[in-house]
Design a protein around this ligand. Structure first.
Ligand code: G3P
Ligand code: MG
Length: 245
């Protein structure tokens, strides 16, 4: 199976991350899937943003969890990136699911419950994905091992992935013991033994964040199941080149 290309926070090199502009561009560029990050507002609305705070990617300040969804909607989530994107709004999970449901894209929704353990984040996200009938092409990932257990408790069939940026002893068996279906690892953790161990347990290996062509080619050659990249168009170009050599 060729390595799948996931757009990391959308095509986030060319448009502000986790906005509809970045997601649309990823689709236009031919990505196989989209990775995005989810938090909860004060009124328990799941919204797509990477950081716990809105400071870096909007014109506001403070924590997402202290804002009502309507208040977040007043903010500008585009002009920090470039004036071309002025006026873009913070995206709710529902808006994203509504947009993606008729497109042939995989979804990787990363639950940002490792720094703030949002109440019921797992079940709220699961319900929304289920509502849009997208469970079969969605992977829920998290850096929080307890999050994996909570998701599997809701539905043992939904695909889950344990994220890690650190070297973990026996990662493949640790992830497998939690019931995860994949590991999502930082590029520097990639090695042949890990791939073999994960594949032996029937777990996928997906790698982030792969933006350099040399690294993309290494992931393809190693048989990674997917890469996360900010530049999907480039990754597709190099994958075509790799497959035709
Ligand atoms: O899900 C892959 C990657 O997005 C994990 O790290 O910090 O970019 O959300 P981060
Ligand atoms: Mg992420």
């Amino acid at each position: 199976m060729p390595t799948k290309i996931f757009a990391h926070r959308g095509a986030s090199k060319y448009a502000p991350e986790n906005t509809m502009a970045a997601f649309s561009l990823a689709y236009q560029q031919g990505a196989d899937g989209i990775e995005t990050d989810v938090h909860l507002t004060k009124d328990h609305t799941p919204v797509l943003m990477h950081d716990e705070r809105i400071n870096r990617t909007t014109n506001g300040t403070g924590y997402i969890k202290n804002y009502m969804f309507d208040q977040l909607q007043q903010l500008d989530a585009g002009s920090w990136f470039s004036s071309e994107f002025t006026g873009l709004r913070v995206v709710s999970l529902d808006e994203f699911l509504e947009w993606i449901h008729d497109k042939p894209l995989y979804l990787n929704i990363e639950l940002k419950n490792n720094k703030i353990d949002y109440n019921n984040l797992e079940s709220i996200v699961y319900d929304r994905v289920s509502h849009y009938r997208l469970l079969h092409r969605t992977t829920l990932s998290t850096f929080n091992p307890i999050g994996i257990e909570r998701i599997k408790h809701l539905d043992r069939n939904i695909s889950t992935a344990l994220l890690t940026s650190k070297r973990v002893k026996n990662l493949a068996s640790a992830a497998n013991d939690l019931g995860a279906n994949a590991v999502h690892i930082k590029y520097r953790l990639l090695n042949r033994l890990l791939i073999d161990q994960c594949h032996h347990e029937d777990m996928a290996v997906r790698v982030y964040t792969v933006n350099r062509p040399r690294r993309m080619l290494h992931c393809f050659a190693m048989g990674c199941d997917a890469i996360f990249t900010d530049i999907p168009e480039t990754a597709i170009h190099f994958r075509n080149q790799y497959n035709n050599q």
